[in-house]
Design a protein. Sequence first.
Length: 249
Amino acid sequence: MSWLFGLLGLILFGPFGAAFGFLLGMLIGQTRIKTSKFSSGAGGPMMEPGKVFPYRVEVMIESLVALAMYVARADQKLFPREKEIIRSFVLSAQFGPDAAISAYMDEVIERYKTEYIDVHFHVRRLSPFLTQQHVQVVLLLCVDVAQADGRIDKDELNSLREICRAFGVPESMLDRFITKKGFTDNEAYEMLGLTPGSSQDEIKKAYRKLALQYHPDRVSASASEEEKKAANEKFILIQKAYDFLSEKK
């Protein structure tokens, strides 16, 4: 199973879904969850294993959505754009028929509008799947949710910091993701190898190609640490350029 089912390559539902879909697909394809580690408890009950999707898929979707919803709820509001970002991420992974995926994802989002979210519980469930690069992509998802209304308030920033601490990564890592709109139109098009005025379809196609090329999981195992770091930085810039142009269309 291709990681994130070409999670980045299959981004069909918005500016953020591809990156996270690809991330999720690769993680699920490369790693198997030990169900004994993930019994229901703090953080909310899970669906019965295998009820709708393979158990490991439910775990990944539920915990990633829970972290994103934790950030979305931090300011005591839930904007349509925040929900759209989360939906785009889940749908782009293409785990199965869109109707079934949408129904399950909407159920999880609806539940976490009010249900208590234990950040550490969900981080523990995800951690067996995640490399340092994967954690950065998850953080980028959460930052995108926080910035959905055009700003990050104090409570949203505190929620992002809590997620960083739970993953054991420095809070300074957030600085590289916040304030992502530092592109001019020409710079964003150039980053994707396009000319100004390209259509949304052309932008999506260019993004899919580059995201697959530079995704951390696509880098050769024999690559040096510097090469891996450079590919990750390029991947992040490609994502930001795509977000920037998509929001303007």
